[in-house]
Design a protein around this ligand. Structure first.
Ligand code: GUN
Ligand code: ZN
Length: 440
């Protein structure tokens, strides 16, 4: 199969922009041509068939719904899928009660592999094709994840958690062992196929200064890797940081002291930031992962998206499952909108979709590969079913324009919205069927 032709309505953001509501491309009748896993043509059907009259003879896949780029989840924990929706705790108690016991099981590589496959199938069923993923402290949890992602040829970021204190003994590494294991994983996986490695200190409370220094050493030895961690999620956590690191002026300064704040460094949450921390993040070109469903569910607080934007901090949307309550980047857009409403600020559906497509890719330095449907990029895309539910269908019929339709999709959408998911041109999911990819 050399060329695949897809025809339907198509929407994407081709460039980096501060105004996604003006800088999108939309074709009601569009064509997307895929060749060898990459996008070879994108444009109006009339333009395509005028230039290639013979193409009318080729097999063409006609999609009823809306084609968009594969969604990007900039912060998610694959070992926590099994504890999604765990009751009654805020961050620090939630970690001790639910998270650490769940992560213990990933010492078993067979368990980790089964969970990695389950997680990836769920991601695809929710329309997500790229994610920045926390594994556990166990190196085999990363091997299991990347092996599964490789079988689907999915562009995924993942890293081994570093933590050497303030957590159960059975989840601790040491600065030296964590460094060696991470380095070995970087050498084995980073930029192998579509895999990308993220240096992953869990968060400053569970790493000694010695371990953070080793993480910084890794970051300087492997400058093109990602960094992922947590920052200023919960007020008790911030208070704890002040006690643990009295010599640092604020939370971000702890990471800065070890060279961990730079481009492709993704900080989950960033809710309770000082003025200086916004500036530090912006100047370094680092990114905040806005995790609205998690921030609400764990009672962590309201991320100030408009403030981050005004300060020039790059922001990408994230589910943060299992703190978050849905892998759907549509459900998370809906929560993001409500978080902004509670702060009397706005978030248009174009902006929120941008934050989990082109905007996220831009933040991650991946916009030449994913996050849009530009010619030459990797053919990861999703077909949305605008008739996914009777309620959605009726609402869409009453839409006045594209913005209206998009807002209905983001507000009402979840995994039922996803009709088909394609990775590098290969279909990996069809509504309700989790095993479409035949090679797994
Ligand atoms: N802070 C440190 N670890 C975690 C985690 O696993 N989830 C969330 N939401 N916050 C964290
Ligand atoms: Zn997290």
């Amino acid at each position: 199969m050399s060329h695949q032709l897809h025809r339907g309505s198509i929407l994407h953001f081709p460039r980096s922009t501060l105004n996604p509501g003006e800088h999108y491309q939309y074709w009601e009748d569009g064509v997307l041509v895929v060749s060898q896993g990459k996008i070879e043509f994108l444009g109006a059907a009339t333009e395509f068939f005028a230039a290639q009259p013979d193409a009318a003879q080729l097999p063409i896949e006609q999609h009823q719904g809306l084609i968009i780029p594969g969604l990007i989840d900039s912060h998610v924990h694959y070992p926590q899928v099994e504890i999604i929706a765990s009751y009654g705790k805020q961050l620090l108690d939630w970690l001790n009660t639910y998270t650490f016991p769940a992560e213990r099981q990933f010492a078993n590589a067979a368990y980790a592999s089964a969970q990695a496959v389950f997680f990836l199938k769920q991601l695809f069923a929710h329309g997500t094709t790229t994610a920045s993923v926390f594994a556990t402290v166990h190196p085999q949890s990363v091997n299991s994840f990347f092996e599964a992602a490789e079988r689907y040829n999915a562009r995924m970021i993942c890293g081994k958690i570093l933590m050497d204190r303030h957590c159960p003994d059975f989840l601790q590494d040491t600065p030296e062992q964590g460094y060696r294991d991470s380095k070995q994983l970087i050498e084995q996986w980073h930029k192998q196929g579509r895999a990308l490695y993220a240096i992953t200190p869990r968060f400053a409370p569970t790493s000694s200064e010695a371990q953070l220094a080793k993480a910084g050493q890794l970051a300087s030895e492997h400058p093109d890797t990602f960094i992922q961690t947590h920052l200023s999620e919960n007020t008790n956590e911030v208070q704890w940081i002040n006690e643990l690191f009295p010599d640092h002026s604020d939370y971000l300064a702890v990471y800065e002291a070890h060279g961990l704040v730079r481009e492709r460094a993704l900080f989950g949450h960033g809710i309770h930031l000082t003025d200086r921390e916004y500036i530090g993040l912006a100047q370094a070109g680092a990114t905040i992962s806005f995790c609205p469903s998690s921030n609400l569910f764990l009672g962590s607080g309201l991320f100030n998206y408009q403030r981050a934007l005004a300060e020039g901090v790059s922001v990408a949307l994230a589910s943060d499952v299992g703190g978050g309550t849905s892998l759907s980047m549509f459900a998370n857009q809906a929560d993001a909108y409500k978080v902004c409403q509670l702060q009397q600020t706005s978030l248009s559906p174009f902006e929120s979709l941008y934050l989990c497509t082109q905007g996220a890719a831009q933040s991650m330095g991946l916009a030449d590969k994913v996050g849009n449907l530009n010619v030459g990029t990797e053919a990861d895309f999703v077909v949305l079913n605008l008739n996914a539910t009777p309620m959605l269908s009726q609402r869409v019929q009453h839409s006045r324009n594209l913005s209206d339709t998009l807002f209905a999709l983001t507000t009402l959408g979840d995994d039922r919205l996803i009709a088909k998911t394609y990775i590098a041109g290969q279909q990996v999911y069809q509504q309700g069927q989790y095993d479409v990819a035949t090679d797994i």
